[in-house]
Design a protein around this ligand. Structure first.
Ligand code: ACO
Length: 705
């Protein structure tokens, strides 16, 4: 009979909680938990458990979980690691649904076996584990503060999922100080069972949660994480902070793709691809979360800046460019809307400068004009302290206009700059959730985050493009390379794979005598390039194994002998398969297209500026597979040197569609052929639009078996 697991909802709507290892000693975690659960007003039943019995915080302590009269949904475990397994056995017998295990001393300290043993037991019994090695969790729905962190958590709209315990506890405190209400905070610790994806699945449909903040250190089941993230960000904003530039799972950097795909670069690219907002700092993440929890989604792209100072207006303009906020530019309309509230010496251009003489009335009028104008969709209101405004007037103006904007479904942010009184005003507005910051960039960055999320969820999603190929033939090539003891393909083998994948390469063949080389060169067409083919010579140029621009038949015959001699000089016992004769390609725009199996996220694709300086320039972008044509096109236009593709200095545009197709073909290959770990086409020479591209060098790495 298959085991039935409880719904994650039951964790957050728990009707009964036991604390195993509850202690009457106030300094212990087992005491703090009881105290927090009680004091923060848990609505359900609370059962402390400890063989010593007695009483804690007015509750009777049960000697064992079996002694508890009613059902137990959640058993929070705070007994030492050595006692945890036996405790979990008792919980299974009681029919507990969830086990938040606070206890440390498992996989994080190398005690992986014990963690697995406990997980195995929980799986058999249909229980789910949170942790181990966590500080607990908080659910506003159940008013359950099952943490040993601070008490008095403010209820609200932000759900936090954190891998770091200490930082998570700090976030609880910080959220309270910042008046940022939480719908939940969950510590996932070693995440041996429940992970970010499980919790995102729940929070994406939970009404109380409007925005989700993730603190991530490393991702294990990356493909599922991506899948759930994509669905979640379609429903609500997800902000992520990631620390740790771990190289977990990274393949040996045997190719450019491998060394360029630092795990953090890939993580960053994938978060953008999934519509996740990655914050640099804790402060930025809290700013965004506070704003996104309350802000209505904009109905269009036109934002305006309203200011009483030119300088901050310019700063906000710069910040808008940095954070991707589109400033409304219809000068006639701007004049029509704002001229009635702007003095002659002000400006109705965007930034709208209502000048230093503007008082509360003028501000309110200008902001009201933006609210009622149908083609203005977001407002950034800036204020530099003047003597014309009292703090009370400012505070009142902000509260009133903010309320109107929320009702009118338009996002607004305020940046107010000045002395002590202004700072006091900002602080006093915080409990009302008013989106007020002192720093202009902080305010604009919030609007930018909202727009990035809005654009993501409103994009048209096309189906992803998995291209079919003769997988059997490709597998055969791989098998023969393995039979030869190799974990990479030789050029002629890579050529077969490319031919099956429908990716163009220069015409070529392998000659085993100078006469054969001459015949091949005639067939391909002069001039040609000749390269040594040997598994013992990886760096062909260093070995004198590559000659280019060979223009005559005599030169071909001579080149054959020269390359052979060089190769033997380089490595006397090298096993040589012959010399590759290649069509000579005139250098045009050179790009790199790659694909690799990332240790955390599975198949990924890469595109960038190619050639020999690829690692110096690092002008590359990544995506997790699958992607669609549109996304592949975005990749091509995302590199810094994208103008080389669209037509720089009067040149004709390059054949972007062929590159898009190449990216999709490599993605399909890496997805469907598990034996391939890395593929790199560099350089790929791209011709003018409609004229295709050719992969000059192809490197394919495979697993041992
Ligand atoms: N059933 C019920 N109670 C038990 C059992 C059992 N099988 N075994 C022991 N107990 C009781 C003990 O008698 C004790 O109660 P007492 O105070 O009445 O004597 C209580 O459980 C706790 O056991 P202790 O041996 O006193 O252990 P202690 O409280 O010192 O530590 C803890 C237990 C907190 C689980 C510890 O082992 C641990 O793992 N600490 C780290 C927790 C942590 O940091 N987690 C990560 C958080 S995130 C971050 O980094 C901040």
């Amino acid at each position: 009979m298959s085991v039935k697991f409880p719904d994650v909802k039951d964790l957050f709507e728990a009707k009964s909680v036991a604390v195993i290892g509850a202690s009457a000693s106030p300094g212990k975690i087992g005491y703090k938990l009881i105290e927090n659960i009680k004091e923060d007003g848990y609505k359900g039943k609370l059962y402390p458990v400890n063989p010593k019995g007695g009483e804690v915080c007015g509750y009777t302590i049960y000697p064992t979980i079996a002694d508890i009269p009613g059902e137990v949904d959640i058993a929070v475990v705070t007994v030492p690691a050595k006692n945890t397994y036996d405790t979990v056995v008792e919980c299974a017998q009681k029919g507990v649904k969830f086990l938040p295990i606070i206890t440390s001393g498992f996989a994080e300290t190398g005690n992986v076996a014990e963690e697995r043993r406990i997980l195995g037991l929980a799986r058999e019994a249909g229980m789910r584990i949170l942790g181990p090695n966590i500080f607990g969790y908080f659910s506003a729905t159940a008013s359950l503060n099952a943490t040993f962190g601070p008490r008095g958590i403010r209820h609200g709209k932000l759900a936090i999922v954190t891998q770091s315990g200490a930082l998570g506890i700090a976030m609880v405190g910080k959220s309270t100080v910042e008046h940022l209400g939480l719908s939940a905070i969950v510590s996932i610790g070693n995440k041996c069972d429940l992970d970010e994806a499980d919790l995102l699945e729940y929070f994406q449909d939970q009404d109380e949660t409007k925005v989700i903040l993730l603190y991530v250190e490393g991702v294990q089941k990356g493909e599922r994480f991506i899948e759930v993230l994509k669905k979640t960000t379609m429903k609500k904003p997800v902000v992520v902070i990631k620390s740790g530039r771990s190289t977990r799972g990274a393949m040996a950097a045997a190719s450019h793709t491998g060394s360029l795909a630092g795990s953090d670069t890939v993580f960053d690219a994938i978060m953008t691809q999934c519509g996740v907002l990655r914050a640099e700092t804790l402060k930025e993440s809290f700013n965004w979360c506070r704003f996104l929890a309350e802000a209505p989604e904009p109905q269009g792209e036109n934002a305006v800046i309203i200011t009483n100072g030119g300088g901050v207006g310019v700063m906000a303009t710069d910040a808008s460019e940095k954070y991707g906020v589109n400033l409304y530019d219809d000068q006639a309309k701007l004049k029509e809307y704002f001229a009635p509230v702007t003095p002659d010496f002000g400006s109705t251009k965007n930034p709208v400068d209502i000048t230093g003489q503007a008082g509360g009335k003028e501000y309110s009028q200008a902001i009201a004009a933006a609210l009622t104008s149908p083609d203005i969709h977001a407002v950034m209101a800036l204020y530099c302290e003047t003597a014309l405004f009292t703090v009370d007037t400012l505070s009142k103006m902000i509260c009133e206009t903010y309320t109107q904007y929320k009702l009118g479904q338009k996002p607004i942010v305020y940046s107010i700059i000045g002395g002590e009184a202004i700072e006091a005003c900002t602080t006093s507005l915080r409990p009302n959730q008013a989106p007020v910051w002192e720093d202009v960039y902080e305010a604009v960055s919030c609007i930018g985050a909202l727009y990035r999320w809005h654009r993501y969820r409103n994009q048209k999603v096309q189906p992803s493009a998995d291209i079919q190929m003769n997988w059997k033939r490709i597998e055969e090539v791989i098998q023969s390379a393995r039979a030869d003891g190799r974990t990479f393909l030789l050029p002629h083998e890579s050529s077969v794979v490319m031919a099956e994948a429908g990716i163009s390469m220069p015409k070529s063949g392998i000659a085993r005598s100078s006469a054969e080389a001459v015949a091949m060169a005639k067939d391909i067409g002069l001039p040609v390039v000749m390269k040594i083919v040997s598994k013992d010579i990886i760096h062909k140029s260093d070995a004198g194994g590559v000659l280019v621009n060979i223009e005559t038949e005599e030169a071909v015959a001579k080149a054959y002998d020269t390359i052979m001699a060089n190769a033997f000089k380089y490595k006397a016992d090298a096993k040589i398969d012959g010399i590759e004769v290649n069509e000579m390609i005139k250098a045009k725009t050179e790009v790199i297209v790659g694909a690799r199996r990332d240790g955390s996220f599975g198949p990924t694709v890469m595109f960038g500026l190619g050639g020999i300086y690829v690692e110096v320039l690092k002008d590359v972008v990544f995506r997790a597979w699958p992607i669609n044509k549109e996304e592949a096109r975005k990749m091509v236009l995302e590199i810094r040197a994208h103008k080389l593709m669209t037509g720089a200095r009067g040149e004709k545009p390059r054949d972007i569609e062929t590159i898009v197709d190449t990216i999709l073909r490599l993605g399909s290959l890496i997805k469907n052929v598990p034996a391939i770990t890395d593929m790199e086409l560099n350089p790929v020479v791209v011709y003018e639009e409609g004229k295709g591209a050719k992969a000059l060098d192809v490197r394919i790495l495979i697993t041992e078996k």
